[in-house]
Design a protein. Structure first.
Length: 134
């Protein structure tokens, strides 16, 4: 039977520390994670510039969390697979491919959400700028 653990601020702080180390490891070891974070930064700046609505912010924040979280899970699965089975194995390859596919699906969905939010606003901005110049 598992030992019961009481709440402790020290244990909570340690948990945040371990999570921070994990995020730092993914940032330093995975170029795709950095690319997703840079894209997220651009999206956030664009959101402020275009004054998106509260519900649009909710959608963007969820998409950013899902994509970066999926990338972190993908990196964790790959590291675990490589550590436990360093030689080629078709089942490990399938797991890694599926995990990478999950990141791709999340990224495509996030791109679609971004397009639905930003393209109409950018189109309207362009129309407004063209009507002022002509």
């Amino acid at each position: 039977m598992a030992k019961s653990r009481k709440f402790s601020f020290r244990r909570l702080a340690n948990s945040f520390g371990y999570a921070g180390k994990g995020i730092a490891w993914v940032w330093h070891s995975e170029p795709n994670f950095r690319a997703h974070c840079i894209a997220a930064g651009i999206v956030l700046i664009l959101g402020f510039l275009l004054k998106i609505s509260f519900s649009e912010w909710i959608a963007l924040v969820l998409c950013i969390g899902i994509v970066t979280g999926a990338e972190a899970f993908n990196s964790a699965l790959e590291a675990l697979a490589d550590a436990t089975h360093p030689e080629q194995n078709p089942m490990i390859a399938k797991a890694k491919d599926a995990s990478a596919g999950a990141v791709l699906l999340a990224s495509l969905a996030a791109s679609a959400v971004g397009a639905m939010i930003f393209l109409p606003k950018l189109w309207q901005l362009m129309k407004t700028m063209l009507s002022r110049s002509g």
